[in-house]
Design a protein around this ligand. Structure first.
Ligand SMILES: [Zn+2]
Ligand SMILES: [Zn+2]
Length: 199
């Protein structure tokens, strides 16, 4: 009888302690998805390096919906580097935004774009390049895609349609714990490059 009472009191004290802890613990700053109100994980913008006011918080499903729209309506062709964690942004930049060596490398790579998606045979518009770590990607603007990512793993870019590109992006970001400050999809008609980047 005594032991039961002691256990009951102990349980009550523990419960009270937990409740107090919940009340006093500071809430982390949370942003909610502007489209559905769920917990937001990423920031989404129309163009790379938008001002903070133009970057809207989105949950993962709503972000993927927007990206699907962007990738399906884009009129150019783009090299898409697999998104890796650790870099704060994952954005599209048209060819003109990059330095000359990378511009001509994009031309060379995109000349090898197949007509049909290698996964589903829809028309291909994207060249997917696998990436695992942030290190090589951080050097990519200066050293190029071939030197940092393709040559070291003897890999070739994979021709993909819009849907299959976004599916691969979805799979890649699914396991990431931290969100991107800014994500933007390809836009307009100029060829370009989608990559994780730290400004
Ligand atoms: Zn949402
Ligand atoms: Zn496809």
């Amino acid at each position: 009888m005594h032991i039961r009472l002691i256990l009951l009191v102990a349980a009550m004290i523990a419960g009270l302690g937990a409740a107090i802890l919940r009340l006093t613990r500071k809430k982390p700053e949370t942003k909610l998805c502007v489209r559905c109100g769920a917990l937001a994980m990423h920031g989404y913008s129309q163009t790379a390096e938008s001002s903070p006011d133009d970057i809207v918080p989105l949950c993962v499903p709503c972000l993927l919906e927007r990206l699907d729209e962007d990738y399906c309506t884009y009129d150019g062709r783009a090299v898409v580097i697999q998104p890796v964690a650790e870099l704060p942004c994952y954005v599209f930049r048209p060819k003109d935004d990059w330095d000359e060596p990378l511009r001509s490398e994009l031309d060379t790579l995109l000349a090898g774009l197949q007509n049909h998606c290698s996964s589903c045979t829809n028309p291909a518009r994207y060249l997917w390049v696998n990436a695992l770590e942030a290190g090589p990607i951080a050097k990519l603007p200066q050293k190029g895609i071939t030197h940092t990512l393709l040559a070291p793993s003897s890999a070739h870019p994979i021709s993909l349609c819009a849907r299959c590109s976004v599916q691969r992006i979805a799979r890649s970001i699914a396991g990431q714990e931290a969100g991107y400050v800014e994500v933007s999809g390809p836009r307009g008609g100029e060829d370009g490059l989608v990559t994780a980047i730290g400004y």
